[in-house]
Design a binder for this molecule. Structure first.
Ligand code: PMP
Length: 324
């Protein structure tokens, strides 16, 4: 049975393959050569930013000689929700989408940690902004290691406000939403930080450019509610479940003020690509000792087990890609 050490080794695995090793992508359920997965420059998506996507991961277990795709059905459900909110006519059958994605990984014979994307575009070259179709679904599975390239993030509170449900709903993964996070990230990098957190128009902590946020303050684990301009993160949901069921913690889901972060004992961000990563400082104020605190470390260890189906509470989250 793989141990915490194996789970830790998995998390640190550098990809042994590059994107050059990916022979196929998937277009509307059909395998296409990597270089042939193209969209016309005048597609509605390119003209008006109409499109939705998902990003998820799969983890290789050396002990099991198996690749596990994490919470793929939940991601496909969110993809369908995203299409509904921005009104794109696309596939609704999440089981079929999962089946296609796992088939793509097998077709490429990928055995290593992966990041996968599923994207739905509106694909017409004389389109108008209000067009809802025709749509095209692309999927990709690409080797990927650590997202940040480091643990322990120095974070800036952005001067940009998080977009809101009254303008561009952050709850779903619409391609256009990412302009907001991009501006925040560019500002943070320019100022010498690793990452950015954005506040809502009301000044509450929302989330980062591609990750949700948690803090531990006065012994309580807290995270903003889904009504505070955040993506309804699947890793956030996994962390909530692991904290409650495996650590027996109550979690406060409540609005968080910026200044609460400065006096937090621990802060971490989480996301499918970002995984669980502790925040070392916010606006140059050191958080705790600047290292991963005990709650963060426990949740990180549990998460690393969950992604390869080894956390007791994992609810069948890890789907084996290859027949055993
Ligand atoms: N917020 C934003 C803006 C994101 O892009 C992501 C990454 N998908 C997250 C949060 C984390 O979501 P998830 O855990 O579902 O990947």
């Amino acid at each position: 049975m793989p141990s915490t050490q194996e789970a830790a080794a998995i998390a640190n695995t550098k990809p042994t393959m590059t994107r050059q090793h990916v022979k196929y992508l998937l277009k509307d359920g059909e395998l296409v050569e990597y270089d042939d997965a193209r969209l016309h420059v005048l597609s509605t998506t390119l003209k008006y930013g109409v499109g939705v996507f998902e990003g998820f991961r799969a983890y290789w277990s050396e002990d099991d000689q198996q690749l596990y795709a994490f919470r793929v059905a939940d991601h496909m459900r969110r993809l369908v929700d995203s299409m509904r909110v921005v009104e794109i006519d696309g596939p609704q059958d999440t089981e079929a989408l999962v089946h296609q994605l796992l088939g793509l990984i097998r077709a490429n014979e990928l055995r290593g940690n992966l990041h996968m994307r599923a994207q739905v575009f509106v694909d017409s070259d004389d389109g108008k902004p209000e067009d809802t179709g025709p749509s095209t679904v692309f999927m990709a599975a690409i080797p990927m290691g650590n997202y940040f390239g480091a643990t322990g993030l120095n974070v800036q509170i952005s001067s940009w406000a998080r977009l809101s449900d009254r303008s561009m709903p952050p709850r779903i993964k619409s391609i256009a939403n990412y302009q907001n996070g991009r501006l925040a990230l560019l500002e943070a990098k320019r100022n010498g930080y690793d990452a950015a957190l954005l506040l809502t128009e009301n000044g509450h902590v929302a989330e980062g450019a591609g990750y949700n946020v948690f803090m531990v303050r006065q012994g309580r684990l807290c995270t903003p509610p889904v009504t505070e301009s955040i993506l309804e993160g699947i890793t956030r949901d996994s962390v909530l479940h692991l904290a409650r069921t495996e650590l027996g913690m109550d979690v406060d889901i409540r609005p968080i003020d910026r200044t609460e972060l400065y006096s937090a004992d621990e802060i971490f961000v989480c996301g499918s690509a970002a995984e669980v990563n502790h925040v070392a400082s916010v606006d140059r104020t050191t958080i705790g000792q600047g290292t991963a605190g005990t709650v963060t470390q426990s949740l990180l260890d549990l998460y690393r087990k969950a992604v390869i189906g080894r956390a007791a509470a994992d609810q069948g989250w890890a789907s084996p890609v290859y027949p055993s």
